[in-house]
Design a binder for this molecule. Structure first.
Ligand SMILES: [Zn+2]
Ligand SMILES: [Zn+2]
Length: 229
């Protein structure tokens, strides 16, 4: 059984709004996040930066280096909502969700609906084309029981994602996946709905600490991390 977090951001993330005003989204490098995940007891994370597909080769390298499975993914802003794809090697050019679904599945990847009940309305609520629903988001609660019931009814996998944007936000939110520690086995297990959500959210002070660092102290704090890339 693996402890897996399918929603993690790094300093490479290009949030559609923050990037425009030149603010970074994630605070730590990929290597720092993977090490942080390993240190917090996770066996697998998916790096799902906003609008940038994580380099599959770097994912393999980090997997070897830190001994946990790193899946390459993306959180794409599509028609004013977020959608996560995992296990793809190329980012297709698409105009809508059904085109994206087709391309992701053609590449053997997984389509995940993150934070469906996000209060800012950035979550898809129609789950037909998705493989999995993020029933727990680290910043939630956002309707855990309702999402679990919906996933059961629609026979969709239930996964959890911390939505961590810095090391300290890792390890609070994860799901258990009945798979071997390799990417193909994990993706297959999700398709077969062999994942069990664990309810856990990031403590409020750890959420706020991140926002405080990001917005109040500004770029100064994460410039050193940028130089380490
Ligand atoms: Zn999101
Ligand atoms: Zn996110």
């Amino acid at each position: 059984m693996l402890n897996a977090d399918f929603h993690v951001h790094t300093i490479l993330s290009k949030h559609h709004f923050l990037d425009r005003i030149k603010l970074a989204d994630g605070l730590n490098t990929p290597a720092e996040m993977v090490k942080g995940a390993a240190d917090s007891g996770l066996n697998c994370i998916a790096i799902t930066d906003h609008n940038v597909l994580f380099d599959p080769e770097l994912a393999k390298k980090l997997t070897k280096e830190y001994g946990i499975v790193v899946l390459a993914g993306i959180e794409l802003y599509l028609n004013k909502k977020d959608v996560i794809a995992i296990g793809i090697t190329e980012l297709p050019k698409v105009n809508n969700l059904s085109e994206f679904e087709e391309e992701v599945h053609k590449q053997g990847g997984l389509l995940i609906a993150p934070h469906p009940n996000d209060p800012l309305g950035r979550g898809y609520k129609e789950f037909e084309c998705f493989d999995a629903i993020e029933v727990v988001n680290g910043f939630g609660p956002w309707g855990f029981e309702e999402l679990v019931a919906t996933a059961d009814r629609l026979k969709k996998a239930q996964i959890c994602g911390s939505d961590a944007h810095c090391i300290r936000q890792l390890g609070w939110t994860f799901c258990m996946v009945d798979a071997d520690p390799d990417p193909d086995s994990i993706i297959e297990a999700i398709k077969e709905r062999k994942s069990t959500p664990v309810y856990g959210k990031i403590p409020k002070d750890v959420q706020y600490l991140y926002y405080f660092q990001k917005y109040m102290l500004g770029q100064a704090l994460f410039k050193p991390a940028l130089r380490r890339l």
